[in-house]
Every structure is written in structure tokens, then in C-alpha cells.
Design a protein around this ligand. Structure first.
Ligand SMILES: [Zn+2]
Length: 242
């Protein structure tokens, strides 16, 4: 069980580096692709002793029960000088970020409220837990607008709410991987099997399904035994050795 999701930017480049991966549970790269951080979400579970180096330390004095999702962007960015930003947040990243927030809300049963789905910049204002001048996000994530973290957070929550209600899913791009479930066959199945370490016979049977559910559980994915976009992303990341 987790209590809340806190949104961040990494203050880094468009691809997560080792430091970024340690600090957050989930990271959205410049192409909008999600990555797992080093520590699983369960490392920040309420009641667990937070020993340094064993959990994602993404929010000062509020890491217990907090999932940290970060947009890989804003490297060396000066506060209040958007014209000089070399790595501004991209629209595809915001889209993926919203979907990821919604996915996590669904998995962990987290309601979309100001106290439970919020940006780092809202933590001190809304929850009263002092932070060190964090400005993710006191700038509009889409277009232009006020630099009011609560207003920006409200817009984010509105989008997450829509995503949760089953926002129409855009058609898969031609390069998208097929959704695989028990009964599927072919080279894509073989690829998944090879990644899972089961016999790569190209037939998605009960053993492949069990191995996939185990993999999904370990990677904090919805353990439904179906290889969809999020699971494919995790498998691809693993195959690259990232
Ligand atoms: Zn932050």
C-alpha cells in the first residue's frame, strides 16, 4: 500500500542517469518512455525502515508511503528563465507522465486529490512538510500560464482523472509491440520468453504466463500476465541492460 504520488523533474538531461535512477521509482525519458528506478516502489512502503541507500529519496522527510515519478528534463535550468532552458519538459513527456500517474493510482488505489497526487512544489504548501526551494512544478507543464504550483497541480490532477476514467487510448503506432497473452504464438512471444528465462518455443502457455506475472510483480507493473506497452517497455529496458 502506498499513500501518495509525488511528481518531479530530474533537473537532468532527457535520459535518466545513475543518480536519477536512484532517486525516483519511475522516470519518463525525453521520448515519453517510462523507466524503472533502482529502488522498487515497495522500498518506500509505509512502516518500512528507510535506511539510506535502500529506498528512493525523492522528497525531504516525506518518502515513506510516497511514490516518486520524475520527468527527465530541466538540466541546468535557471529558475524563472524559460528562454534559456536547454531541456524543457516536452509534451510527450507530460502525456506519458499523466498516464503513469493514472496507472499508479489504479494499481495502488490512490485517490486523485491535492494531498495524494501532487507535485514536489505542492508538498510544502499542501502537506506542510518543509522542502528546499523545490520548483518542480511552478511552471506550466503545457503552454503558458501562471506559476502557481496548486493551479498547475490541479490541471495535472484533472488530466490524471480523465486518464483514470478510461480516456480513449490513441491507436498504437506501427512500431508498437503487439499485446501478448496466453495463447499467443510467434517470434514476439519467443522474445518475451528469452527475456523471462523460460523455454523460448514461441508459444505463450501457462509457464510463460506465470513467469510474466512474477516479472511484473518484481517490476511494480500490473501483474496481469499480459504483455502490454508497459511490460514491453520494462522488457526492452532489461534487454538493453539498462
Ligand atoms: Zn523534486
Amino acid at each position: 500500500m502506498m499513500n501518495r504520488i509525488i511528481g518531479h523533474h530530474t533537473g537532468g538531461a532527457y535520459f535518466p542517469n545513475a543518480t536519477d535512477l536512484v532517486a525516483y521509482h519511475r522516470l519518463i525519458d525525453g521520448d515519453g518512455q517510462p523507466h524503472d528506478g533502482k529502488h522498487p516502489i515497495s522500498a518506500n512502503a509505509p512502516g518500512r525502515a528507510l535506511t539510506a541507500g535502500t529506498y528512493a529519496a525523492h522528497c525531504l522527510n516525506l518518502n515513506s508511503g510516497s511514490i516518486g515519478v520524475s520527468i527527465c528534463a530541466m538540466a541546468n535550468a535557471d529558475w524563472g528563465k524559460p528562454a534559456s532552458w536547454t531541456h524543457p519538459v516536452k509534451p510527450a513527456q507530460v502525456d506519458a507522465f499523466v498516464q503513469e500517474m493514472a496507472r499508479l493510482c489504479r494499481i495502488y488505489g490512490i485517490p486523485v486529490t491535492r494531498r495524494t497526487v501532487l507535485s514536489h512544489a505542492e508538498v510544502e504548501i499542501t502537506l506542510g512538510v518543509k522542502q528546499k526551494n523545490k520548483w518542480d512544478f511552478d511552471y506550466p507543464l503545457r503552454g503558458t500560464g501562471p506559476r502557481d504550483p496548486i493551479a498547475i497541480g490541479d490541471e495535472l490532477r484533472r488530466e490524471v482523472g480523465i486518464a483514470l476514467l478510461g480516456q480513449p487510448v490513441p491507436p498504437p503506432s506501427p512500431s508498437a509491440r503487439p499485446i501478448l497473452r496466453q495463447g499467443a504464438t510467434g517470434p514476439d512471444v519467443r522474445e518475451v520468453q528469452a527475456a523471462l528465462g523460460v523455454v523460448a518455443d514461441g508459444i505463450f502457455g501457462p509457464r510463460t504466463r506465470a513467469a510474466l506475472i512474477d516479472f511484473q510483480s518484481r517490476r511494480q507493473l500490473l501483474p496481469d500476465g499480459i504483455c502490454g506497452a508497459m511490460t514491453w517497455a520494462a522488457i526492452s529496458t532489461m534487454a538493453k541492460g539498462a
